[in-house]
Design a protein around this ligand. Structure first.
Ligand code: SAH
Length: 227
């Protein structure tokens, strides 16, 4: 039985099952995907508690419920053969969820990139992936790149191509144009944006070249740094 007085789970499965019991995970595909990525491989301290955890350099791994809610929104654009980018990939947790869901190992059309501004954090995520799913690190269609999204050059943008799914794990003061440019037709972008003293998660879609912004709910992320 679960201890009523703490939020501590003692295994990855108990964490994911508790998200399901709470109604946070109500999608079988999100459940299956997150079950395959053991949070204990990505953070040492309290991995199975539904809370963000400090990594280093002012950076945190997001809470499991936040990963679950973002993944749910992206599920329809994350399929075998999809192209996905995780901006501010931090621990690498969500990037690996994207890789699992798009089946990068079997499907060479799938393409998953994690972009991370802090070099130490990018290296930390690579160590995590080496511990959890080392086979990903040998692929051409899976990459963790040390790069600030605001510093992607025109040439690099061309090389990256367009993405069906874009996840941003840090809050921006305004919607960066680069992300609109990287979004494929019928693609979906999930991004927190600053609004006064709070942040709001947005779902942005591109249909017939037109951008539609859908306001979801209040969130709390670290800042998407300009430089
Ligand atoms: N989904 C990640 C979130 C990590 S916190 C996880 O759960 O582990 C957000 C990350 O965004 C931090 O690692 C931070 O270094 C990174 N970041 C902040 N500004 C950035 C920028 N302009 N470009 C790329 N990454 C950025």
């Amino acid at each position: 039985t679960r201890n009523m007085y703490t939020l501590a789970g003692n295994s990855h499965k108990s964490l994911i099952d508790s998200l399901k019991e709470r109604g946070i995970i109500d999608d079988e595909d999100v459940y299956e995907t997150m079950l395959q990525v053991d949070r204990g491989k990505y953070i040492k301290e309290k991995p199975y508690v539904d809370t963000p955890v400090y990594i280093s350099h002012g950076v945190t791994i997001s809470s499991p419920h936040m990963h679950a809610l973002s993944l749910k929104r992206l599920m329809d654009v994350l399929k075998p053969g999809s192209r996905a980018i995780d901006v501010g990939s931090g621990s690498g947790y969500l990037t690996v969820c994207m890789a699992i869901r798009t089946k990068v190992l079997e499907n060479k059309d799938s393409f998953v990139i994690g972009l991370e501004r802090v070099k130490d954090v990018a290296n930390f995520s690579i160590e995590n992936i080496r511990r959890d799913k080392p086979e990903l690190l040998h692929l051409d269609n899976f990459k963790i790149i040390h790069k600030n999204i605001y510093q992607v050059s025109e040439e690099e943008k061309e090389q990256l191509g367009l993405f069906d799914a874009i996840h941003v794990g840090a809050s921006a003061s305004e919607l960066p144009q680069i992300l609109i440019d990287l979004l494929a037709e019928n693609g979906k972008l999930i991004i927190p944006l600053d609004e006064g003293y709070t942040q709001v998660l947005y779902e942005i879609t591109k249909t017939n070249g037109k951008i539609v912004k859908d306001r979801l709910f209040d969130v709390c992320f670290v800042t998407l740094k300009k430089n």
